[in-house]
Design a protein around this ligand. Structure first.
Ligand SMILES: NC(=O)c1ccc[n+]([C@@H]2O[C@H](COP(=O)([O-])OP(=O)(O)OC[C@H]3O[C@@H](n4cnc5c(N)ncnc54)[C@H](O)[C@@H]3O)[C@@H](O)[C@H]2O)c1
Length: 272
């Protein structure tokens, strides 16, 4: 159902790899709400994924960019501004990758070159993106920039590995850069801390099935799906959240504020 919440708004969506991706679902919902956007992903992901199907479906341009390369980001932003002949209103950073997670390296035995690579992709790329948008004065006033995070930034989830540290850094960048973006350009910057979600990145975490089932049993409203995350992101891109900035917003069915649920107590007391 469309309320045209994003009618007239233009933006950039990073990270739609396949139809399970949170960015993919968000692109569909933005399109449904009347927003227009450029889709982007790393050149290597373009070959693996199916972004061209999404671009046809949403009538949007695809411009490849490795989010760790400033020259790629500047090229993407410049081409987007030319394409719309206007500044932009929203950006979704939906990017994450850890080489240590991929290769099954334990947190107590990390390869620090791989750590640096994952940190660059998952966290520093957000600073590079914000800095490029800021310097190129690419955002309209009251624009909105959102990145996706996970609660391992605040609490321990043993298998989340070095991604926990990357998310803590990402959330900090949202606050630190968001201050200047707010002051100088009236642009808001937030992170959404999403429930575990069955995507390529999500399923790469060791023990993901246990992880997602546990969160489902702990959350009073159950886990938030990728579709629901997309809905929430729409609200943050809309004009109804103009004064929300520098926040890490939990979108997790209530998980983050529950100590323990009765369902979990019953399971560990062998009552169910
Ligand atoms: N799936 C979950 O359980 C979950 C939970 C909370 C937060 N998140 C976060 O949501 C975001 C999206 O992940 P997803 O779950 O949709 O998985 P996904 O695998 O579909 O998306 C990750 C994306 O990152 C892109 N990417 C990797 N390296 C890149 C680079 N150098 N330049 C540009 N793009 C690059 C990939 O190509 C892919 O499109 C990530 O930040 C992830 O950490 C996911």
């Amino acid at each position: 159902m469309s309320n045209n919440l994003l009618k007239g708004k233009k933006g950039i969506i990073f990270g739609a790899l396949d139809e399970n991706s949170i960015a993919w679902k968000t692109a569909l919902k933005v399109n449904e709400q009347g927003g227009e956007f450029v889709l982007t992903n790393a050149p290597v992901a373009m070959r693996m994924g199916s972004i061209n199907d999404l671009s046809k479906q949403t009538n949007s341009l695809v411009i490849p960019a490795d989010a760790t390369r400033i020259e790629d980001l500047e090229n993407l932003i410049e081409k987007t501004l030319n394409h719309f002949n206007n500044k932009i209103d929203f950006v979704l950073h939906s990017i994450g990758m850890s080489v240590n997670v991929r290769k099954g390296k334990h947190y107590t035995d990390l390869n620090h070159d791989w750590l640096a690579k994952g940190w660059d992709v998952s966290a520093v790329s957000f600073h590079k993106l914000l800095q490029s948008l800021y310097k190129m004065d690419a955002m309209n006033e009251w624009g909105s920039i959102v990145a996706l995070s996970y609660m391992a930034a605040q609490r321990v989830f043993p298998n989340y590995n070095d991604m926990a540290d990357n998310k803590a850094y990402l959330e900090s960048i949202a606050r630190s850069f968001g201050y200047f973006f707010g002051k100088e350009k009236k642009v808001r910057v937030n992170t959404i801390s999403q429930s575990p979600t069955p995507t390529t990145a999500g399923k790469g975490v060791t023990g993901f099935d246990g992880f997602i089932n546990y969160a489902e049993k702990m959350s009073p409203l159950g886990n938030a799906s990728a579709d629901e995350c997309a809905d929430y992101t729409i609200t943050l891109f809309s004009d109804f959240t103009k004064k929300v900035t520098l926040q890490n917003l939990f979108h997790d069915g209530g998980f983050s504020n529950v100590g323990v649920s009765q369902e979990i107590i019953d399971i560990i007391s062998n009552k169910s």
